[in-house]
Design a protein around this ligand. Structure first.
Ligand code: PLP
Length: 421
């Protein structure tokens, strides 16, 4: 097996070499057995979108049915006292311990990522009246940008935009150039949703603290696949999805991390009864809870917290460190398959070649990718399309094999080569 240069032309030989390699990598993958835990999707040849919506586990249907029959159907409202009241905090602690490097009492599950971003940004914006700027990145996910604009409009603050390299993402120097004693909060994504660029969380957080500002990380594309140490790295606040790499299902609630020293000090603005010091006191005025429960607002979506629990079991068993190893192997392989099979057809790599700076998806670009993606979906090959011309190959490590990755790349090649697209 030779290392083909990026300019190699696609040949049947490249196909079979890559297929041999994919099989060898799968055979050597210590996490390979976990693939069997995920439900089969009939007619799907390659699911490369686990970074947008993780797959259900095989036992998820039965777990949901049992919940309806027993916890809800038989225990009825007694289940609130017996288990549901504490679930947002218990599940938060679990996510914190298994995926975030966060000690108990600093993470909750609630709302959507968008709403939690608002709550935390708004809290940070009010922390110190002498600080008047929110620093965010121009290429960040829309909801993150829109929330910052909304909070700025509400508080009279200014949004300062970082415009990073689109492939490499935000670097420490970009942040340093944008922050000052006026900065209240810097809010960035750990892994860029488009390029997959992985930001230097400890380095950037330390730089932000140098000017006395707060740091918030959006972990939507990193929770469950990238090892991190929120406590040790001094992160102030973080949010993330549970329906991406944590496989919580469509619309499963988000999680928020708020460092212990900020609890009881920072106050989120949607001060519903679940965030009150005593939920059932039903008193005349609002007294905020002094702990992480202050981030809640109303009755939590218990049913939507069920599916992620099985995935957290799997992640804990496998360990995020081992999952990261597999993720690197999958993304390296996807880059190689791109070089050999797609680059000759004019496809561009829109993710970095430096594995250490990459999350768990690889983005490729071609002007025809919008129509190519429609064709792929119809054929049961499921990556996702991102405007204007990108296909993201999302490689959720526990549920994706190297052979499946190759199946996806070969299908992209075949559609690009076909005449009837
Ligand atoms: C997926 C994603 C979101 C989603 O927010 P919702 O409120 O769950 O719709 C937010 N931020 C980033 C960076 C994402 O990738």
């Amino acid at each position: 097996m030779t290392d083909s240069p990026a300019t190699a032309t696609a040949t049947p030989r490249a196909d079979s070499t890559l297929l041999d390699l994919a099989h060898a990598l799968d055979a050597a993958d210590p996490l390979h057995a976990h693939l069997a835990a995920f439900a089969d999707a009939p007619g799907v040849g390659a699911y490369l979108d686990g970074n947008s919506l993780g797959r259900p586990l095989k036992d998820t249907p039965e777990k949901l049915a049992t919940f309806v029959r027993e916890d809800w159907g038989s225990r009825l409202i007694r289940s609130w006292d017996e288990q549901w009241m504490a679930l947002p905090m218990e599940l938060g602690d679990r996510i914190g311990r298994v995926t975030l490097g966060a000690d108990a009492g600093q993470t909750v599950v609630a709302d959507s990522t968008s709403v939690l971003i608002y709550k935390l940004m708004r809290a940070a914006a009010s922390a110190d009246p002498s600080r008047t700027e929110l620093v965010i990145e121009a290429g960040n996910f829309p909801t993150d940008r829109f929330m910052a604009e909304g909070v700025a409009a509400e508080t009279g603050m200014t949004v300062r935009w970082i415009e990073p390299d689109p492939v490499l993402g935000v670097q420490v120097a970009d942040v340093v150039a944008a922050i000052s004693a006026k900065t209240a909060l810097v809010s960035l994504s750990h892994v860029d949703y488009r390029s997959g660029a992985l930001a230097d969380m400890p380095g950037i957080t330390a730089a932000v603290h140098e000017v006395g500002a707060l740091m918030m990380w959006d972990l939507c594309h990193s929770a469950g696949v990238i090892p991190m140490q929120l406590d040790a790295w001094g992160v102030d606040m973080a949010v993330g999805c549970t329906y991406k790499y944590l496989n919580g299902g469509p619309g499963s609630p988000a999680f928020a991390y708020l460092r212990r020293e900020h609890q009881g000090v920072l106050r989120q603005p949607i001060q519903g009864w679940w965030s009150a010091a005593d939920i059932f006191e039903m008193g005349p005025q609002y007294v905020p809870a002094g702990d992480i429960r202050q981030l809640l607002s109303g009755t939590p979506p218990i049913t939507s917290m069920l599916a992620m629990q099985g995935m957290l079991d799997l992640i804990e068993q496998a360990s995020v460190e081992a999952i990261r190893e597999k993720s690197l192997s999958l993304t390296d392989f996807a880059v190689r398959a791109h070089d050999e099979l797609l680059a000759p057809l004019g496809v561009r790599l829109l993710s970095t070649r430096d594995a250490a700076q990459r999350g768990s998806h690889v983005t490729i670009g071609h002007p025809d990718f919008r129509t190519v993606t429609q064709r792929l979906w119809a054929d049961g090959i499921i990556p996702d399309f991102r405007f204007p011309d990108g296909i993201r190959l999302g490689l959720s490590p526990l549920s994706t094999s190297h052979v499946e990755t190759l199946t996806g790349v070969l299908a992209v090649r075949d559609v690009l080569e076909s005449h009837d697209r």
